[in-house]
Design a binder for this molecule. Structure first.
Ligand code: SF4
Length: 411
């Protein structure tokens, strides 16, 4: 990967976030909430909670390749190897009282929650994950349950989620003893929207040819929009990052040496193999220019004018929560906009929710739009489900197949 200089700043920001979160969690007057990654963190911030994201911890366990050491512990407790490996690795690390945050940021332990808040907009497993901690810490867990697998989003559906947010706010106010400050919510939602727009701008630089960034850069630089949206820190970070990448665009500097093919990555990353994939595609002069995963934190509609409703809309319309028909249309849009030659579907063994190759979508994409696809078997965290050898062979033959068919078209 061509180095992005802003990564240094990113590391500093994350260090400060975790260290201050841990310190604040030691203050008995400061309440801490755990939130799902596409959960309503803006509401939590506005009520005065410090927010921690267990999924990011799960990704860190995967990226540091610590996860397999912990998955078996959760398996032994009755959590199946077939279920979300973020959950099993996180639960196993909790039982062992270990965290990669100690080595990375010098934090002795994860911050303890006063409340857990999740949304099933992403999956149903998140509820079981958070309920585990609710039992362990003896604190309440509140869920938001948006309608699932929606086609076109209706006013009624948005209203249904907004109503749940209002009831969530009532419950949270009882924990802090403070009322939600609507002006603060407006400010937080506006900052969230701004960070999200800047995040979109970063991702969209990949529409250039050569692309100045890859999907794997996206996986690293998404941390602020996941964990720090609603703050100025995320906004300022993405301004700096975009400034750096704009220079690459101006100079026509590609993220990989010689961009010959452009791929779309569908599904979760294989966290422990980011470098492996980055080098593998680069070897074949292929840039992975776009993904469903990184796009999940683009919330165009967030607005201070109608903050709760815009949160309800944004968090319900995410890709993972759409019907197969809608997913097909959204993918086609991306393929056209990013001028993609093929789609790589990652079929993550333990995350059927974010693996979109199981209901004929790849086959429909090639049949209807002529877009070739490759399905890679793997997992987000459980590396027992992933084979480097098989993946290399599969990617190599996929690349050859596309190059051959391009030659045929050119005659
Ligand atoms: S979406 Fe997948 S990875 Fe994320 S919590 Fe749900 S099952 Fe786990």
């Amino acid at each position: 990967m061509k180095e992005i200089v802003s990564t240094k700043l990113l590391k500093e920001i994350l260090k400060q976030y975790y260290q201050s979160l841990y310190q604040d969690s030691q203050n008995p007057h400061q309440k801490v909430a755990w939130c799902s990654s596409v959960g309503p963190s803006e509401i939590l911030i506005s009520i005065g909670f410090k927010v921690y994201f267990p999924e990011n911890h799960g990704a860190l366990l995967g990226a540091t390749r610590e996860s397999n050491k912990y998955i078996s512990i959760a398996n032994a407790m009755g959590y199946s190897p077939e279920i979300c490996s973020y959950l099993t690795s996180d639960v196993g690390a909790f039982i062992k009282k270990e965290t990669p945050l100690t080595k990375a940021y010098g934090i002795p332990s994860i911050p303890e929650p006063d409340v857990l808040v999740y949304s099933t907009n992403q999956c149903r497993e998140i509820q079981d994950w958070f309920l585990f901690y609710s039992r362990e810490y003896n604190v309440p867990a509140f869920g938001v349950f948006p309608p699932w697998k929606i086609d076109e989003l209706t006013e009624e559906q948005i209203g249904f989620v907004e109503k749940q947010f209002k009831s969530l706010i009532n419950s949270l106010e009882k924990i802090t003893g403070k009322k939600l400050d609507i002006d603060r919510l407006k400010e937080v939602v506006s900052l969230s929207g701004e960070a999200s727009k800047l995040w979109r701008k970063f991702l969209e630089t990949a529409k250039n040819s050569p692309s100045p960034i890859t999907f794997f850069d996206g996986c690293i630089h998404m941390a602020p929009v996941v964990m720090l949206r609603g703050t100025n820190i995320a906004v300022e970070y993405y301004k700096a990052l975009n400034e750096e990448i704009a220079k690459r665009v101006d100079g026509k500097v590609g993220a990989i040496e010689k961009e010959n093919l452009r791929f779309y990555w569908e599904g979760m990353p294989v966290w422990g193999k980011l470098r492996f994939f980055s080098e593998l595609f680069s070897k074949f002069n292929t840039c992975v220019v776009a993904s469903t995963y990184c796009n999940s934190w683009i919330f165009d509609n967030f607005s201070s004018e109608n903050p709760l409703r815009s949160l309800a809309e944004g968090y319900t319309q995410i890709f993972i929560n759409r019907s197969e028909t809608k997913k097909e249309a959204l993918l086609k849009e991306m393929i056209d906009e990013y001028k993609v030659d093929g789609i790589v579907f990652h079929d993550a063994k333990t995350c059927p929710n974010n693996s979109n190759s199981r209901f004929g979508l790849p086959q429909r994409m090639i049949k209807k739009f002529g877009i070739p696809y490759l399905i890679i078997n793997g997992d987000l965290n459980d590396l027992r489900c992933f084979s480097e050898e098989q993946t290399i062979t599969a990617v190599e033959s996929f690349v050859e197949q596309i190059i051959e068919s391009k030659k045929e078209i050119r005659g």
